[in-house]
Design a protein around this ligand. Structure first.
Ligand code: IPE
Ligand code: IPE
Ligand code: MG
Length: 262
């Protein structure tokens, strides 16, 4: 789909993608699953470029879930290797485009060389401001909530926080990347319609777009199509359509109402 179909004033601020279907794409071509992961890296390259061109401020890519640790050893190894390779090859362009790299997840489980590559990309790009590219790695939405709760309990025990005053905003500040806005648009490729433990807290009001396109084939026109679909929707945040048309502040795109403040 052509980029001109998109209203540049209403581009989702944060797009999150569940990149699914690499294995099936490869198997359908008589290739081994890892060939799908390799081709998937091409899609990552193109989608990062496209998101930057279109003016997306934050792009979060689900690259490896906590559950993915249970895959065969050689597949896990290839995925780690590909991530390192991507960062090695792409960092120059990432820097030229002013993209800041971040990560969310239990990074301590990554092999040392992968962790080093990720940490050095984060450090090197820390001052960039054009777009934030977040890799969800060894990531689980429930694990994130548990990690937040653990720290919160420590702080409560130390007297730094009063349990009676806990609200959604305070809780959210303990998540992995609290400064990022919640996703406006969640895309899942690969013909599945499930969340697979991704950003459970943050997708409370995300618009969900699924497609049968497998990740290795998902390129810029598909991203444009997803954004055009997003722009055709009315985000109501629990309000009536009439309230939204009246311009109620609670219906401002990107602002997820804090329910326990209401
Ligand atoms: C997504 O593709 C990549 C990761 C989960 C790391 P899959 O590897 O899940 O591909 P399918 O779903 O088996 O086709
Ligand atoms: C979700 O895909 C995880 C990533 C895209 C990294 P999976 O292929 O692991 O999800 P399920 O197992 O089909 O739910
Ligand atoms: Mg899959």
């Amino acid at each position: 789909m052509n980029q001109a179909r998109i209203d540049s004033n209403r581009v989702p601020r944060h797009v999150a993608i569940i990149m699914d279907g690499n294995g099936r794409w490869a198997e359908a071509r008589g290739l081994e699953r890892n060939a799908g992961h390799r081709e998937g890296i091409e899609s990552v390259r193109e989608v990062v470029r496209a998101a930057h061109d279109l003016g997306v401020q934050t792009l979060t890519l689900y690259a490896f879930s906590i559950e993915n640790w249970n895959r065969p050893r050689d597949e896990v190894g290839e995925l780690m290797h590909l991530l390192e390779h991507y960062l090695e090859v792409e960092m120059e362009e990432v820097m030229e485009n002013g993209i800041r790299v971040r990560s969310i997840g239990r990074l301590d489980r990554l092999p040392p060389s992968t962790r080093d590559a990720v940490e050095s990309a984060i450090e090197r790009s820390a001052g960039n401001r054009n777009m934030t590219l977040v890799f969800a790695l060894s990531y689980g939405g429930r694990a994130e909530i548990v990690d937040a709760a653990r720290q919160l309990m420590r702080d409560a025990e130390a007297g730094k926080i009063d349990p009676e005053r806990l609200d959604e905003k305070t809780f959210a500040a303990y998540l992995y990347a609290p400064e990022l806005p919640d996703p406006d648009l969640l895309i899942r490729t690969g013909n599945e319609c499930r969340v697979s433990n991704f950003l459970l807290w943050q997708i409370a009001y995300a618009e969900i777009y699924t497609t049968s396109v497998m990740w290795p084939e998902f390129r810029k026109p598909h991203l444009v199509e997803a954004i055009a679909d997003y722009q055709s929707r009315e985000r109501r945040f629990g309000l009536t359509s009439a309230q939204v048309s009246d311009g109620s502040p609670s219906a401002t795109p990107g602002r997820v109402p804090v329910t326990d403040e209401a």
